[in-house]
Ligand binder design. Sequence first.
Ligand SMILES: [Fe+2]
Ligand SMILES: [Fe+2]
Length: 183
Amino acid sequence: MNVEMRPNGPFGPKGEDAIDLLEADHRRVQHLFYDIAKLGAIHRKDERRVSLVNELCSELKMHAVIEETIFYPAVRAIIDDANLIDEARAQHAAVDDLITQLEATDFTSDLYDAIVAILQKEVSQHIQEEEEVMFVKASAAKLDGVALGDQMAQRKAEMMVDTNTSATALKAAHIQDALRKTP
Ligand SMILES: [Fe+2]
Ligand SMILES: [Fe+2]
């Protein structure tokens, strides 16, 4: 996602609900997986694929930090299901391991494609569990979504400045725009 296209901040308009912000991240990640696969089908050795994978990994890392430091603790405090949060954290750790492997692998190798495929599977399952179980329970428990959303947006903005993520996001957004025009 092009951060410059989001004038109110890197996450979305100010005052947005925490769950809406997380779900917007989830959709962004799913679009990146789709575009990575599309580019791989056209030309597997296309270096633009690496830019999209870099953006994907950056999004996944920031998303996990925001959930683990802000969202999960808030949910843990209001729902009676500590296992749910522990399982989600374990899934994040598994995703993190895959990202580390990916970063150490030649992008033209079969192994790279295999790791991307496993990462997509793990992330898809995790997103589904969060949206269908954790977010539903948090909403039912009357989570203060707007206050939390502001904290999360601020944290994401800080991380993007710290890691110069905007440049990576901008590059990926240009590639994705070009791909949209490819039949
Ligand atoms: Fe999430
Ligand atoms: Fe998560």
